[in-house]
Design a protein around this ligand. Structure first.
Ligand code: EPZ
Length: 430
């Protein structure tokens, strides 16, 4: 089992390049099968979730060619199976994007129903509501969602909750559903816009992505394109908070600063200086951080995927902060781990009350999920002494070469697999 070992207390300094957005890439890869022509996708992050989805896509018969680490070619003309294997959905929920893509293209898709996950129950009723409105019969049989239609047609759909996944899945199916679809109360996340731009570059007619009403005019078919994925706002935000928590000075490059506004605003509130450039953001923390309150919200609000990272920074800020999680019900699992490092956090319902402490101390902790795992690494970087983070497989799902990028900023962090390597690290860092 791989672990990270970290010697904390070193301010991160330097420049780091951000990869393409995982959550945009997952949807775009699924959408790429919607034409029989070859799609080239660039700025793909080399992370586990992406690699599993590529396997799922070749599992249904598409030709997937990895041109290099960040570029892939997909040709969906050879798809022989509209049924996705449970093995993939077990590993990544986002393989449910194949539902919208296959339904749009073949009017038939079978995808195992994803279960709950480490951040809480995650229903997909809004996805299914959308498919039904587009004319599909949707059944759940033997643990799989079976969506089938003689013909799809445009429809007027109101989402009862703002859902990134439902917005994207419905947008994909509707792109090839004759007639007009109006999707109201749509999610506005940058990756929703990226997927719409991608589909439009394939010949779809989607307008309004990025607002809460998306209008789609179904087209007969989609065609080849070459597309570069937007930068990952959550990876960028994670490095920004790593700079803040370690009292560092980090420039994150290859970002769209507009997508980082909520994160930037909170960093400024807690006492960091944030400088914006065309495609980079510099974060400097030259004094002790200050308290604040934050509530996670759909975009453009503060992202739930940045909730654990800000909690770590607030755990060593001056004063008492309240962090409220309004998207997922079970996203404070890491708080107990952070308390083992000396933080003072009480979780009540969907809020965490954080009394800032002077310092954290290194401990052995375990990553409960992707973002919480990254946050525990930040805690380790800020803490006095040695921290070992277990279960880093979660972190590898969404961060490309996390330890390498942190090392380039001066961090003492290594991936280890056995006690001998841990001892070697301890001897080296003293
Ligand atoms: C996406 O998940 C992201 N995943 C998540 O990123 C992210 O946390 C989340 O959006 C919120 O921004 C991907 O893009 C692959 P939702 P998604 O549907 O689409 C409820 C990460 O760390 N809901 O926007 O599954 C749901 O329970 C991950 O990278 C319904 O009730 O999230 C939640 O409370 C984790 N019914 C809220 O809506 C539905 O049909 C928002 O979920 C769908 C969702």
């Amino acid at each position: 089992m791989e672990q990270y070992i970290i010697k904390g207390g070193i301010p991160l300094v330097g420049e780091v390049d951000i990869a393409g957005a995982k959550n945009a890439a997952l949807a775009i890869l699924a959408a790429a099968i919607m034409t029989d022509e070859t799609i080239v996708i660039d700025n793909l992050p080399d992370v586990r979730d992406i690699n599993v989805l590529l396997e799922a896509i070749s599992g249904i018969g598409a030709i997937v060619t990895r041109v290099n680490r960040s570029t892939v070619k997909i040709n969906g003309s050879t798809i022989s199976d509209v049924s996705v294997d449970y093995e993939y959905i077990k590993k990544i929920r986002a393989s449910y994007y194949l539902l919208g893509a296959l339904l749009g293209k073949y009017k038939h898709a079978e995808v195992p129903l994803p279960g709950g996950c480490n951040i809480g129950s995650r229903p997909i009723d809004q996805h299914l509501k959308g498919f039904k409105a587009l004319g599909a019969d949707v059944d759940i049989l033997h643990g799989s969602i079976i969506a089938k239609a003689e013909n799809l047609h445009g429809s007027h759909i109101y989402l009862d909750v703002v859902s990134v996944g439902a917005t994207i899945n419905i947008m994909m199916a509707a792109a090839l559903a004759p007639g007009r679809t109006i999707l109201e109360n749509a999610a506005k996340e940058p990756h929703v816009v990226d997927v719409a731009n991608f589909l439009n570059s394939m010949g779809a007619n989607i307008k309004g992505a990025g607002t809460d009403v998306i209008r789609i005019k179904g087209v007969e078919k989609l065609h080849k394109t070459e597309y570069s994925i937007i930068p990952d706002q959550i990876e960028a935000g994670t490095f920004m908070f790593a700079a803040a928590a370690t009292g560092g000075d980090v420039t994150v490059r290859n970002v769209i600063p507009k997508h980082l506004e909520a994160t930037t605003a909170k960093l400024q509130e807690i006492g960091c200086e944030v400088e914006e450039f065309d495609d980079a953001v510099r974060v400097r923390a030259s004094r002790r951080l200050r308290r604040t309150n934050v509530k996670t919200l759909p975009y453009p609000g503060y992202p739930t995927d940045m909730q654990p990272q800000i909690t770590v920074a607030l755990s060593i800020a001056k004063g008492t902060s309240i962090v409220t999680e309004s998207i997922f019900e079970n996203r404070f699992k890491y708080a107990d781990e952070l308390c083992r490092m000396g933080a003072s956090i009480k979780v009540k319902g969907n809020s965490a009350i954080i009394d800032g402490v002077e310092k954290l101390t290194g401990a052995r902790v375990s990553a409960p999920d992707l973002r919480a795992g990254a946050a525990l690494v930040i805690a380790g970087l800020a803490a006095e002494g040695i921290t070992i983070v277990d279960d880093i497989v979660y972190i590898q799902r969404g961060y490309e070469d996390f330890e390498g990028k942190l090392r380039s900023l001066g961090a003492e962090i290594e991936k280890v697999t056995c006690e001998k390597e841990i001892q070697k690290f301890r001897l080296r860092v003293g």
